[in-house]
Ligand binder design. Structure first.
Ligand SMILES: Cc1cc2nc3c(=O)[nH]c(=O)nc-3n(C[C@H](O)[C@H](O)[C@H](O)COP(=O)(O)OP(=O)(O)OC[C@H]3O[C@@H](n4cnc5c(N)ncnc54)[C@H](O)[C@@H]3O)c2cc1C
Length: 395
């Protein structure tokens, strides 16, 4: 039977989903941090029984297909608190609550002491840490096993993650068990590593001379509305203060926005296509201003692609709680490059990853992660002026 290490150029292709670690029946696969700061799996040859489970769950090799009719919607939560809780229109939270009411467990990515891992929850009060995008690769080790254990007992699970994680989960479950799963994927254009994020947090600790907590990407406030704002807490001498800003003033966020520090496989992702693996796809509806869609678009609008009948039924169940409109699927394709092609790899990306390993975060960030004056000025002007500029540019 084939093992994952029979995949040609595995190191460049490995998505870091970690499904192989969970799938191995003799625990001979473990994870380790590679030179580039991302998690990879290693096989202990002497223990391997050659069962091929690691290969069969790997999302590089196996991608389940639906072939059902897809529909595309723009939508956001009518409840403005919920719209603000999400990165885009807050649709994930509505779906999570809908499934919790039906007795499902919910699984999503949550920061725990600034380390990102997926987590399975059961109650509405546990949903908050799962909300909002975190621009780091989430560690899924142990999660496949936990979910399969629940499915084995006849429990139902709503899982949300990147398309490669969804694919790995679907590959891990038998056909009968997949009936108990509802999956949502987020459109993802690439993930930075936990290691580089940790090093960035260390620079913040040195800068402020205190501890850092509660880092949040995609905050929405009156200045930035639906944009790439961030916030974190500084704890110093027993006092806590909140720091916030737009991505232009964060070296890490700026590097993320410029695609400089993604996992190698993200630049050659087989899931960057309209051919989705999940029941429902969640994304930002960037450029909604140019379409005929009325409402509070400044606070974030989600783009939703229903990929299966189950996906459409779940979205329809939210009808009373959302403002929405259907558009041709092509509109989504036009506004989101991840539905047709992968993120281009910047020429200096490999040099940056090497420099991070050799010279550390601060030196590399000074050299590469700055932001130009035009971008800074753009975020300095009032939101209404930015909306006007976007409309004029047809974006
Ligand atoms: C790394 C990353 C890149 C993205 N790139 C794009 C893009 O290029 N274009 C686009 O339109 N949208 C992108 N998104 C998706 C978008 O930002 C929103 O997550 C999505 O629209 C859902 O928003 P929401 O308001 O419905 O819910 P939210 O409350 O924002 O729900 C977010 C959901 O995503 C899960 N999640 C958060 N971070 C991660 C992570 N690191 N890994 C796995 N799951 C995670 C959470 O658990 C939760 O289930 C990206 C998201 C991430 C995490």
């Amino acid at each position: 039977m084939k093992r994952i290490d029979s995949i040609v150029h595995l190191e460049q292709k490995c998505t870091g989903c970690m499904a192989c670690v969970d799938a191995c029946p003799v625990n001979c696969i473990s994870s380790m941090v590679g030179k580039d700061g991302f998690l990879y799996s290693v096989i202990e040859d002497s223990k391997c029984v050659g069962c091929g489970k690691c290969y069969s769950v790997c999302p590089i090799e196996t991608k389940k297909k639906h072939g059902e009719e897809q529909r595309l919607f723009a939508a956001y939560a009518k409840d403005s608190a919920k719209q603000n809780n999400g990165s885009s229109g807050g649709i994930f939270e509505l779906l999570a609550n809908h499934f919790l009411k039906q007795g499902y467990f919910v699984c999503g990515a949550a920061l725990d002491n600034l380390t990102l891992k997926h987590r399975v929850v059961r109650g509405e009060e546990e949903i908050k840490p799962l909300l909002k995008s975190k621009y780091i690769q989430s560690n899924m080790e142990g999660i496949y096993e936990e979910i399969l254990g629940l499915l084995e007992k006849g429990e139902k699970v709503f899982f949300c993650g990147t398309p490669c994680q969804v694919s790995a989960l679907l590959n891990s479950a038998s056909k009968a068990k997949r009936e108990l799963l509802f999956t949502a994927d987020i459109i993802c254009h690439g993930v930075p590593s936990q290691k580089v994020f940790d090093e960035y947090i260390d620079t913040l600790k040195r800068k402020h001379g205190g501890e850092i907590s509660d880092f949040s990407f995609r905050i929405k406030d009156n200045r930035y509305k639906h944009a790439h704002g961030y916030s974190y807490k500084v704890i110093k001498n027993g006092k806590t203060r909140v720091v916030n800003g737009i991505y232009t003033s964060s070296s890490f966020y700026n590097a993320f926005k410029k695609y400089l520090i993604f996992r190698n496989s993200c630049y050659d992702c087989r899931y960057a296509t309209l051919d989705r693996v999940s029941d429902i796809t969640l994304a930002d509806f960037w450029g909604i201003e140019k379409y005929d869609f009325k409402g509070s678009v400044d606070a974030g609008v989600s783009m939703i692609v229903t990929n299966t009948k189950n996906g459409l039924d779940a979205f329809s169940a939210l009808e009373e709680k959302i403002v929405y409109k259907e558009f041709p699927v092509q509109y989504g394709v036009d506004s989101n490059h991840c539905l047709t092609h992968t993120t281009r790899k910047p020429k200096k990306r490999d040099a940056i990853i090497e420099e991070l390993a050799m010279n550390g975060y601060e030196t590399t960030a000074k050299k590469y992660f700055g932001c130009g004056i035009i971008h800074r000025l753009y975020w300095w002007i009032p939101p209404s002026a930015r909306t006007f500029i976007r409309k004029m540019r047809g974006k």
